[in-house]
Design a protein around this ligand. Structure first.
Ligand code: ATP
Ligand code: MG
Ligand code: FE
Length: 341
């Protein structure tokens, strides 16, 4: 099965060609970061327009790099949610057009499942069950993946996503967008014990997250120090903030693995690129006899290869999307909206 996969849920136009779901023949990513940087975040209307301008070129590049033509493609996959509806529709419409013109099957894919499946592309031998910590720009989820397509959400954020918190703190520190990588870099120069920011554990036994309190306390700290006229060591703020986020994420992830008695943990989403999160989770996983796997940096952030991988496993399990499939901006993990066979 040769899958052509399209991702356009946010600010990356990406197209990938895959063989049997796990072998990536090409994975082209056209990022719009530059177009959005001057606004300090993703502007939905700008994103949709940019996807329209890029999509055909990116499809062409992906076919060329994979050394295939439309005639070789036997299956199409595209993200249909969650995401910005105008952005989603660009990739989804292109995918539908290809499926219709070529008379080949289409699978609509959940973007968040895509982030999990990036692990299957990176680690050819990886199989469920495992606990996956998904931490991206819009989501923070702890998921028990029992089998392909079978998920139990054990916890999620009640307010900001982890990546969102990184981006907001980076903005107040004047680090620019996207903030995660900048905080990660700056934190290596700071002292993670310099400032004791509060960690929200929530109720006993809860695997949910909350990052808004932490965000407020960073803001309060900065305002108070400024008012006192104290110099602010932003590398210490970055390191201490990052440490608070990472400690919470790691503790709850390990607790989930213990509760479900699984031996494997995976990381997914853009924040999975964070060096401190990878480091501490690796250390704690080893202590508890768990293996930790995460995707390469390129596969952590938005890309179409991970979408193609989900599409492939849905396809071989008998799912098909019909051509009236619509974009679903608030699609939940494990939820199936379209009419499937
Ligand atoms: P979603 O997948 O929830 O729809 P998204 O696709 O925008 O959101 P991703 O592309 O998965 O999110 O991840 C982007 C996020 O990852 C941004 O918030 C960014 O700041 C964060 N990020 C990227 N690299 C790092 C890093 N090294 N440390 C912390 N955060 C990071
Ligand atoms: Mg993005
Ligand atoms: Fe994403």
């Amino acid at each position: 099965i040769i899958t052509l996969a399209i991702e356009s849920s946010c600010d990356e136009t990406s197209v990938s060609v895959l063989k049997n779901g796990r072998t990536v023949l090409s994975n082209i990513i056209a990022s719009q970061i530059e177009q959005h940087q001057k606004f300090g975040g993703v502007v939905p209307e700008v994103a949709s327009r940019q996807h329209i301008e890029s999509i055909n070129t990116v499809i062409k590049e992906a076919l060329e790099e994979a050394n295939v033509t439309f005639e070789d493609i036997t299956h199409v996959a595209a993200t249909y949610g969650p995401g910005l509806v105008g952005a989603l529709l660009v990739g989804l419409s292109a995918a539908k057009a290809i499926a219709f013109a070529r008379g080949i099957p289409l699978n609509g894919v959940n973007h968040i499942e895509g982030h999990i499946y990036a692990n299957f592309i990176q680690h050819k031998e990886l199989e469920p069950p495992f606990i996956c910590l998904i931490v991206s720009g819009g989501h923070s989820h702890l998921v028990y993946m029992k089998d392909y397509g079978e998920y139990e959400v054990l916890g999620k954020t009640r307010d900001d996503a982890a990546g969102e918190a990184f981006d907001k703190i980076a903005r107040v520190l004047g680090l620019g967008y996207p903030g995660g990588p900048q905080i990660d870099k700056l934190a290596t120069k700071g002292n993670k014990r310099a400032i004791a920011f509060p960690k929200a554990y929530l109720e006993r036994g809860s695997y949910d997250f909350s990052f808004s309190g932490l965000k407020s306390s960073v803001l309060n700290y900065l305002n108070t120090e400024k008012m006192k006229g104290n110099p602010i060591a932003i590398e210490d703020v970055a390191a201490s903030f990052q440490q608070a986020v990472v400690e919470i994420l790691v503790e709850k992830t390990i607790a989930c693995a213990m509760e479900k008695s699984v031996k494997q943990i995976t990381l997914a989403g853009g924040v999975a690129a964070n060096s401190s999160l990878r480091g501490l989770l690796q250390q704690e996983a080893e202590k508890h006899g768990l293996s930790l796997k995460y995707p390469s940096l390129k596969l952590c952030t938005d890309n179409a290869a991970m979408i193609g991988c989900v599409g492939y496993y849905d396809y071989i399990r008998g799912y098909r999307s019909t051509l009236d499939l619509n974009g679903v901006p608030n699609l939940k993990i494990g939820e199936r909206y379209s009419k499937y066979l």
